[in-house]
Write a protein that binds this ligand. Structure first.
Ligand code: GDP
Ligand code: IMO
Ligand code: MG
Length: 426
C-alpha cells in the first residue's frame, strides 16, 4: 500500500490525531499537507501521556517514523520551535522531522491582520483561531508570500518582507489604526528563529517520491475537516486550505495515482468550533451533555465546541467529495446512556425535503434536520475490543451509519487511548 490519506469528515476534531498515531507504526512517513498551528490533535500514548500536537505530524510519537511538514502547510516559526522543544523536553525524539522548503511562513503581520479583521467583522466574524492562517494563505495565492526556503537567503528574505510590509503596514496603520511593524525587527527575529530548524529544511516532494519508489509507505494526515475546506466546506465559515483528500496530493507533491486508500475520521455525533451553519446543533441540556461527556473543549484555543447529533447528509457528502474507502468512527463510547440516539437523515428546507448537501448558503442556513431515532444503550463501551462485544443497539447504530453514509466503518473508537479501538474486517 503506497500512500494513504486520513481526513476529517466533519468540521474537525473528529479524532484524527489518535487515528494517525494508531496507524503511524505501519508507515515509514507521516505527512501534514495543509493547515498550520490552527490544528490541535490529541494523542494519548500507551503509557497514559497526553500530547496536544499543532503543527508537527502526529507520527512524531512513533519512534522511527519520518515526519514531514509538507509544502501545503503554513508554518509559524515561533510556534514550530515551541512545539518541537516542548516535545523534546518530554523526551520525544524529533530527529525525524523534515520541513518543506516550499511551505509558506506565517509572519507576525499575518497574525496581527487575522485578529484585527475578525474584530472588525463583529457579528459576521468567522471565529478563526487567530493564528494568521487566512492572511498567510491569502498572500500565498496573491504571490506575495514568504516561503521556508527564503530563510536560507537573507537578501531575498529581506526583499520579500520589505515588499510585503509596505502594503501590510499601510493596512495595519491606516485601516485598522494599529502600530506598523519594523522591517529589520521582523527579518532579524525570523532569521534568528530559523537557526533552530534550518537543518530540517529539505525538498520534501523529492524525498517522498523517492521513498515511494523504494516501496516505503506514506500516511498523509489531514488537519481540520471536509466542511472546513475552502472549496467544499461551509464557505465562508471555513479555513483557508483544502483538508479534503485532493489537497493531500497538492500539499505534498505526491501524485494522486499513488494514493490508494482514503480513511475518513468520523465522530459518532457532530461538533464545530467557530461560527457558521450547523443544522443538528443542540442548544439544550443534551448539547451540554455531549460537550461534557465528550470533553468537547478546543485543544489549542480552549474554546467550547458546539455539539449536535450525527448528520448523515454530511457523512455522505464527505464520503463523496473525498472518495472515502472506509471510515474510522470515533467516540462511540460518548453516546452510552441515552434512551434513544437520533440520526439526521435529511433536511427540511422551506417546505422541501432534501437528502443531499444544499447547493446554496441560504438553503444550508434554513435547513432543519429530519431525524430518525435508533434505540440507545447503557453499557460502558470503553473496554470493548471486538465488534461483537458491543451491545446490540450500539452495533445497530454503527451499521445504520454505514448504510446512510455509503462507506464501511473499519475501526471504532471507544475511548481516547491507543488501545481503545475496535478494528473490523470490511
Ligand atoms: P483531531 O483534531 O481530529 O485530532 O481531534 P482532537 O484531538 O481535537 O479532538 C478529539 C478528542 O477526542 C481528543 O481529546 C481525543 O483524545 C478524544 N478521542 C479520540 N477518539 C476517541 C474515542 O473513541 N473516544 C473518546 N471518548 N475520546 C476520543
Ligand atoms: P483540527 O485539525 C476545528 C476552524 C476555526 C474557524 C475556522 C477558520 O484540530 O481538527 P482558521 O484559524 O483556520 O482561519 O479558522 O476553522 N478551525 C478548526 N475547527 N478543528 C480544527 O483543527 C480547526 N482549525 C480551524 O474554529 O471556525
Ligand atoms: Mg483538533
Amino acid at each position: 500500500m503506497p500512500a494513504i490519506v486520513l481526513i476529517g469528515a466533519q468540521w474537525g476534531d473528529e479524532g484524527k490525531g489518535k487515528a494517525t498515531d494508531l496507524l503511524g507504526g505501519q508507515y515509514g512517513w507521516v505527512v501534514r499537507y495543509q493547515g498550520g498551528n490552527n490544528a490541535g490533535h490529541t494523542v494519548v500514548t500507551p503509557d497514559g501521556r497526553d500530547f496536544a500536537l499543532k503543527l508537527i505530524p502526529s507520527g512524531i510519537l512513533t519512534p522511527g517514523v519520518k515526519n514531514v511538514i509538507g509544502n501545503g502547510v503554513v508554518v509559524n516559526p515561533e510556534a514550530l520551535i515551541e512545539e518541537k522543544e516542548g516535545l523534546e523536553r518530554r523526551g520525544v525524539d524529533t530527529s525525524g522531522l523534515l520541513i518543506s522548503a516550499d511551505a509558506h511562513l506565517i509572519m507576525p503581520y499575518h497574525v496581527a491582520i487575522d485578529r484585527v479583521t475578525e474584530r472588525y467583522l463583529g457579528k459576521a466574524k468567522i471565529g478563526t483561531t487567530g493564528r494568521g492562517i487566512g492572511p498567510a494563505y491569502g498572500d500565498k495565492v496573491a504571490r506575495v508570500g514568504v516561503r521556508v526556503a527564503d530563510l536560507l537567503d537573507e537578501k531575498i528574505l529581506h526583499q520579500k518582507v520589505e515588499a510585503a510590509l509596505e502594503l501590510k503596514n499601510q493596512i495595519l496603520v491606516k485601516v485598522y489604526n494599529r502600530r506598523a511593524l519594523d522591517l529589520d525587527e521582523v527579518v532579524d527575529t525570523v532569521l534568528e528563529q530559523s537557526t533552530k530548524f534550518a537543518d530540517k529544511i529539505v525538498d520534501t516532494r523529492l524525498l517522498l517520491n523517492q521513498a515511494l519508489e523504494r516501496g516505503e509507505t506514506i500516511l498523509l494526515e489531514g488537519s481540520q475537516g471536509t466542511l472546513l475546506d475552502v472549496d467544499h466546506g461551509t464557505y465562508p465559515f471555513v479555513t483557508s486550505s483544502n483538508p479534503t483528500a485532493g489537497g493531500a496530493a497538492v500539499g505534498s507533491g505526491i501524485g494522486p495515482t499513488r494514493i490508494d486508500r482514503v480513511i475518513g475520521i468520523l465522530k459518532a455525533y457532530t461538533t464545530r468550533v467557530g461560527s457558521g451553519p450547523f443544522p443538528t446543533e443542540l442548544h439544550d441540556e443534551m448539547g451540554e451533555r455531549l460537550r461534557k461527556v465528550g470533553g468537547e473543549i478546543g485543544v489549542n484555543t480552549g474554546r467550547e465546541r458546539r455539539c449536535g447529533w450525527f448528520d448523515a447528509v454530511i457523512g455522505r457528502y464527505a464520503a463523496r467529495v473525498n472518495g472515502i474507502t472506509d471510515f474510522f468512527l470515533t467516540k462511540l463510547d460518548v453516546l452510552s446512556g441515552l434512551d434513544a440516539v437520533p440520526i439526521c437523515v435529511g433536511y427540511e428546507i422551506d417546505g422541501r425535503h432534501v437528502d443531499e448537501m444544499p447547493m446554496t448558503q441560504t438553503d444550508l442556513h434554513h435547513a432543519v434536520p429530519v431525524y430518525e431515532e435508533m434505540p440507545g444503550w447503557f453499557e460502558d463501551l470503553s473496554a470493548c475490543r471486538t465488534f461483537d462485544e458491543l451491545p446490540q443497539a450500539a452495533r445497530d447504530y454503527v451499521l445504520r451509519l454505514e448504510e446512510l453514509t455509503g462507506a464501511p466503518m473499519s475501526a471504532i473508537g471507544v475511548g481516547p487511548g491507543r488501545d481503545q479501538t475496535i478494528t473490523r474486517e470490511v
